[in-house]
Design a protein around this ligand. Structure first.
Ligand code: SF4
Ligand code: SF4
Length: 322
């Protein structure tokens, strides 16, 4: 895979500083039952990295200290981690909002038969990637059979109450473009998804988040191979909007990798670009139990234009109303 970090320091992204911390994003490891073309964590079935008990206990302590209102659990497929449920239950028991970045198909894997029921019982919000409403495009990007299995799982989640306005069980879908282009307007695409998934499959969901592809990891390497990195960066930079800078997710989120190292966001985690205090060494989450990061400089590079281009992009979808 082509490294991209050294190629992402040419366009002077504006300096950013942290605001108040609201969200802890925890990456439990890189094992996944899928190997998607655009995966920014380069996850797959052969990856073995996963958070150990001591690091996970530090995460529990950080949550117990009341440092964040929201926990976002990612991977890989985080449900495959042996203590996924322990983490979710602990956070919910503290009243922390929990979001599971779920690929849907993992809920059909052996050993995961009752994970959907667990998520519903704990009122965990599900954020699920579905890069199109057609079989062809989903299977091309995420693997053969993924669309059909995803529809089956979405119906199961609907039957549990997910996607129903009154149930309190939130199911949000995530769209990203197939290639090096900006996502279309979120509101219009959401309406298309709602209509087509409803008509064809009877599937319901709460919101659609549109995300830009980041020029890093597997997608960035593909751009380098096809000599499309520079044109894509030029597209992102040309569409940059200063008004998106206030709401990029790194201002209120920290991302922790499976070894407990802290980053400004999970894109930086994948680039190996850690959060640093006054240029110091890599920080571990354990060092932040008593420490406030407000005002600290954020490690930015050219990939950050992926967050501020056009309507903007974050783990909660578009930043600007579209
Ligand atoms: S499902 Fe998600 S984590 Fe797994 S390979 Fe696809 S994009 Fe990566
Ligand atoms: S890529 Fe990360 S550090 Fe850069 S603007 Fe986006 S969230 Fe912030």
């Amino acid at each position: 895979m082509h490294p991209t970090l050294a190629l992402l320091d040419r366009h002077a992204f504006p300096a950013l500083r942290r605001g108040r911390l609201e969200t802890l994003q925890v990456n439990l490891g890189y094992r996944c039952n899928q190997s998607c073309v655009h995966c920014h964590v380069n996850a797959g079935p052969a990856r073995t990295e996963q958070m150990d008990d001591a690091t996970l206990d530090t995460v529990l302590a950080f949550l117990s200290a009341g440092r964040v209102a929201t926990l976002a659990i990612t991977g890989g497929a985080p449900e495959l981690h042996p203590r996924f449920r322990c983490l979710g239950e602990h956070a919910r028991g503290l009243g922390v909002r929990v979001m599971d970045r779920c690929n849907l198909t993992v809920l059909e894997q052996p050993g995961q038969e009752d994970t959907a029921e667990f998520l519903a019982a704990q009122e965990v919000e599900i954020v699920a990637s579905l890069p199109c409403y057609t079989l062809e495009l989903v299977d091309r990007q995420r693997g053969k059979g993924v669309y059909e299995t995803s529809m089956h799982v979405l119906k199961k989640l609907n039957a549990l109450g997910y996607g129903e306005a009154q149930s309190g069980l939130v199911l949000n879908l995530v769209y990203n473009p197939q290639g090096p282009s900006l996502p279309p307007p979120q509101r219009k695409l959401e309406a298309d998804y709602r209509r087509i998934l409803g008509e064809r499959h009877g599937v319901r969901f709460n919101s659609l988040y549109t995300l830009a592809n980041m020029p890093i990891s597997r997608f960035g390497s593909m751009l380098v191979s096809k000599q499309q990195l520079d044109p894509y960066l030029a597209l992102l930079r040309g569409a940059h909007r200063d008004e998106n800078l206030d709401s990029v997710m790194c201002r209120s989120l920290i991302s922790v990798d499976w070894q407990g190292t802290v980053y400004d966001c999970d894109f930086n985690q994948m680039l190996g670009l850690p959060l640093a205090i006054a240029g110091g060494p890599r920080l571990k989450l354990a060092e932040l139990l008593e420490r406030d990061l407000e005002g600290n400089a954020i490690a930015v590079r050219d990939h950050c234009f992926g967050c501020t281009a056009g309507q903007g992009s974050s783990c909660g979808g578009a930043l600007a109303a579209s």
